[in-house]
Write a protein that binds this ligand. Structure first.
Ligand code: ADP
Ligand code: MG
Length: 457
């Protein structure tokens, strides 16, 4: 009986599924795809180098024994990363670094021929689209400008210059423009390239005495997306070439988009004529997303990748990871990996454990801040919580404040009791236990707790 690669891998996965926790299966094996089956080999791809390593180290024994049982002793099962061949590179929805980092050894012409039908020079991740870019007040203008450029290349802002710190979505937006333009105007000649690639190619062209070809190649482009333009700093010859390319394209009303970690006038040793040209169109920045946007980004990712993540966990991650979207994604990956490794569901408790490293932040919070946040959330005065009153409207926030003082600050029961009108430690223990018990069975209450947690910066 001849099996196709697809049939063989489906059967192996079916057996594996029965032997692994569902979350593990979905996270690591769900995104795998059979690539080829020959008489001696079954090749399977996973979305990223990281996923391949993980599967190799954790599940290869199981998978190989299943493969052996199905296909025979001699068939070798190997895994490869889809990230390395310029296809979709993602692991459970997260970009593989392999796709972003330019490999100087890659012949860009070869990549261009692969996708030549679509007129693309360079590699673009199909998952980075303008639709999947979550817009908040931190990136509103940049996102709108990218949309405008994608709708009418060469006519809206030219050039468009976006700058921000790392991991805030510059590359995503550039790929998003490329994807949108190629979808709508498939004949557009699009080039996406990190500045380093431009430099490397230039060096190669100079060495091979083929600079004319180099000139011609980039002057044929309709939409030029240059990433990490801050790497132009101090590179005289690259700047010189880029200046001429820029002029040629600009004069022909071709669209140019640049991304950088700082505005043009702050890129050191950048020729004045480039500084001024970069500012001819629109220069716009992006800042780290605020809490609500961080939540929206996590929700989008969870939804898109069918991850079972509770709102409390999302809030918790959003609360802890503030500096960049990449950090947010990193926390999510860490959590998925850990939950899969330990066969534990992703709960707020697990998240706290895993994100422990960043818990340091939270130790700066004072007991007063906790009391204030809880009082605010319940619409009572902090002093009321410290009174003798046993009314529910006061007793509940009091218990919640005690819970957080234990949970976040690990104050002693006696200290907590003292803060609330001299209650003894057994009362405090009892109060905290009540909060925990209710949180375990009342989702609305849990939601309330995580909102308070989130408000404690
Ligand atoms: P930069 O180029 O600014 O360093 P990236 O574009 O590489 O940042 O973004 C880092 C990661 O964060 C990518 O996986 C990207 O998809 C994601 N990301 C950044 N901003 C957003 C956003 N607003 N919505 C959705 N995903 C985002
Ligand atoms: Mg980038």
């Amino acid at each position: 009986m001849e099996l196709t690669a697809q049939e063989a891998w489906s059967r192996i996965l079916e057996s594996a599924r029965a032997r692994l926790p569902e979350q593990t299966f979905r996270t690591w094996l769900g995104p795998t795809k059979p690539v080829a089956l020959t008489a001696d080999d079954l090749v399977v791809s996973a979305p990223s180098d990281f996923a391949v390593e993980w599967i190799e180290s954790k599940y290869s024994q199981l998978l190989r024994s299943l493969a052996k049982a199905l296909l025979g002793e001699h068939v070798r099962l190997t895994f490869e990363s889809r990230g390395s061949d310029g296809e979709v590179a993602s692991f459970a929805g997260f970009k593989s670094p392999a796709l972003q980092e330019f490999n100087p050894a890659t012949d860009v012409e070869a990549a261009a021929t692969q996708t030549g039908a679509r007129g693309l020079l360079g590699t673009v991740n199909p998952r980075y689209t303008l639709e999947t870019f979550v817009v908040g007040s931190n990136n509103e203008l940049a996102a709108a400008a990218c949309q405008a450029v994608a709708d009418a290349p060469g006519q809206a802002y030219n050039p468009l210059f976006i700058y921000s710190g790392v991991g805030l979505g510059k590359t995503h937006l550039m790929h998003g423009i490329a994807n949108a333009v190629l979808a709508r105007f498939p004949r557009t000649r699009v080039a996406y390239l990190p500045t380093e690639q431009f430099t490397n190619e230039l060096i190669g062209a100079i060495q091979a005495r083929r600079t004319t070809e180099f000139h011609n190649k980039y002057r044929r482009i309709d939409l030029l997306l240059v990433d990490d333009a801050h790497f132009l700093a101090g590179k005289e010859r690259t700047q010189e070439e880029f200046f001429h390319t820029f002029n040629a394209l600009y004069d022909a009303q071709k669209q140019i988009v640049l991304a950088s970690d700082r505005p043009p006038n702050e890129i050191p040793e950048l020729q004045e004529r480039l500084v001024s040209r970069f500012a001819w169109g629109l220069v716009t920045d992006m800042r780290p997303p605020e809490f609500e946007t961080r939540v929206a980004i996590l929700q989008m990712k969870a939804e898109r990748d069918n991850l079972a993540l509770g709102q409390d966990v999302i809030n918790l991650i959003a609360q802890h990871c503030r500096s960049s979207v990449r950090e947010l994604e990193g926390a999510l990956i860490k959590l998925l990996a850990y939950s899969s490794l330990t066969h534990r569901d992703i709960t707020e408790e697990l998240a706290l454990e895993i994100l422990g490293g960043v818990l340091g932040n939270i130790r700066d919070i004072s007991p007063e801040q906790i009391e204030g946040a809880v009082a605010d959330a319940y619409g009572v005065a902090p002093d009321e919580m410290k009174s003798k009153s046993r009314q529910k409207r006061v007793a509940e926030p009091r218990q919640v404040a005690m819970y957080f003082q234990k949970d976040l600050l690990d104050l002693s029961y006696t200290t907590i009791g003292r803060r609330f009108g001299g209650r003894d430690h057994s009362t405090v223990i009892h109060s905290i236990r009540k909060v925990e018990e209710r949180a375990a069975c009342d989702p609305e209450f849990r939601q309330r707790l995580s909102a308070i947690r989130a408000s404690l910066r």
